[in-house]
Design a protein around this ligand. Structure first.
Ligand SMILES: *Cc1c(COP(=O)(O)O)cnc(C)c1O
Length: 422
């Protein structure tokens, strides 16, 4: 055991709790809270939040009235004041099955759908259902730190494989093969990607499936940004390859409908060969759902209307905005010498840029950079260390464009003030 310094006798049995605390301290939310506490209250300018992925605060990202009406109708109907079955109410499961089946070569059944309180609860449920002594899971670097925190709390060993910036952040599949052993239960991909803004081609996804098949593991595909793509590559759901290896897809309405506060997500089994059922994974998922809380019933009640009635023009407006703002962001990055972007984002709401500390005078690392940036410029950006890449930054472009312009101007003056003198 690392750090085992039991020289003084400890009568308490709370061993290892410290590790858990540190896992939950490096989540996006906790670090953004810390950066917010660095803000200078004497600065009268407004704070520019390019750190998190919740554009719902900006008027241009307001959700569609169709979704708002669906919630009101669900409440007024008085049909959804009851407890929900632990797997979710049938009409909502059926609606999600039909919605997701549009992109698949086979049809999902309502029984393949489990409704959760947002995508994060789907992650919690799945990692808890997969946990067993000695199990390990393969996670991407950079990634979404909630997986790390959840794995730590459920005591699943994590092994990290790299995403390759020079290959548009594709999975290093050689490394995946190298890391896996007979105790590996699953690998995680996030597509479209957070934090990289990558979108995977169907050829790459097929290779991921074939590698997983060879290793005898499940692919967990986080598709919370499904269809939020604005480059040349279309979104392809991993479930397309569910007959090669079992796939569990995680998603929600949080990002696509810009309503993260509504807390409605799903866990979906894409497993036409029934491998997950045969090996008890389904029973384990249902078992865990039986002892967890459910998404509010009236939100579930609104789901059929939300999924079936939202018009395409709502999504195309969101995607057009994201494309435009990603372009602005990508251009502005080129004007600031100390950051470089290896791969232009094609989906989600984020871009990763590398920080060149050699060009800066008094900046220790990415955390120090972001803390000083918050203090001096009232600009919040996420340090890369939070998503697994030290001395990188994750920038969100899903915000009001005037904020982006202003944010990059402040970033530029920050750079000039801290640049090494030649
Ligand atoms: C935002 C996000 C989630 C969480 O989604 P919710 O539906 O709000 O719980 C999960 N995974 C990734 C990659 C995300 O960016």
């Amino acid at each position: 055991m690392e750090n085992d310094t039991t020289t003084t006798k400890n009568i308490w049995n709370f061993k290892e709790t410290e590790k858990l605390v540190s896992a939950s301290n490096l989540t996006v939310r906790s670090v953004l809270d810390k950066l917010t506490s660095c803000l200078d209250t004497a600065d009268t300018r407004s704070v520019i939040p390019l750190g998190h992925g919740d554009p719902s605060v900006f008027p241009c990202f307001r959700t569609t009235p169709i979704a708002e009406d669906a919630i009101i109708d669900a409440v007024r109907s008085a049909k959804f004041n009851c407890y929900s079955p632990t797997v979710g109410i049938f009409p909502a499961r059926r609606a999600v099955a039909e919605y997701l089946s549009q992109d698949l070569p086979y049809k999902l059944s309502p029984d393949d759908i489990y409704l959760t309180s947002g995508c994060v609860q789907a992650i919690e449920v799945l990692l808890s259902a997969l946990a067993r002594p000695n199990a390990n899971i393969l996670l991407p670097t950079p990634g979404f730190p909630f997986y790390e925190a959840r794995a730590a709390f459920t005591q699943i060993e994590m092994r990290h494989f790299n995403l390759l910036p020079e290959k548009d952040w594709e999975v290093d599949l050689n490394e995946v093969e190298f890391l896996a052993d007979e105790n590996t239960v699953a690998m995680v991909i996030i597509n479209p990607g957070n934090p990289c803004g990558n979108v995977y081609t169907d050829q790459h996804l097929k290779k991921v499936a074939e590698t997983a098949r060879k290793l005898g593991i499940l692919v967990i595909s986080d598709e919370v940004y499904a269809h939020l793509t604005f480059g040349s590559k279309p979104f392809v759901p991993m479930g397309v390859f569910g007959s090669i290896t079992p796939v569990i897809t995680l998603g929600s309405i949080s990002k696509k409908w810009v309503v993260p506060g509504w807390r409605l997500g799903w866990l979906v089994t894409n497993d036409p060969n029934g491998i997950l059922k045969e090996h008890g994974v389904i029973d384990s998922i249902i078992g865990y759902l039986n002892i967890s809380s459910d998404p509010a019933t009236f939100i579930q009640g609104a789901i059929p209307q939300i999924l079936e009635k939202t018009k395409d023009d709502f999504f195309s407006k969101i995607v057009d905005m994201l494309r435009e703002y990603a372009d602005i962001c990508y251009d502005k990055i080129k004007d600031i010498p100390c950051i470089t972007c290896p791969s232009k984002p094609q989906g989600s709401m984020f871009v990763m840029v590398q920080l060149n500390l050699n060009l800066l005078e008094d900046i220790e690392d990415d955390l120090d950079f972001c803390a000083k940036l918050a203090k001096e410029e009232s600009l919040i950006i996420l340090p890369g260390v939070v998503v697994g890449l030290k001395n990188w930054l994750r920038i969100t472009f899903a915000c009001e464009p005037s904020y982006l312009e202003d944010g990059f101007q402040r970033l530029n003056s920050f750079y000039k003030r801290h640049a090494k003198k030649q």
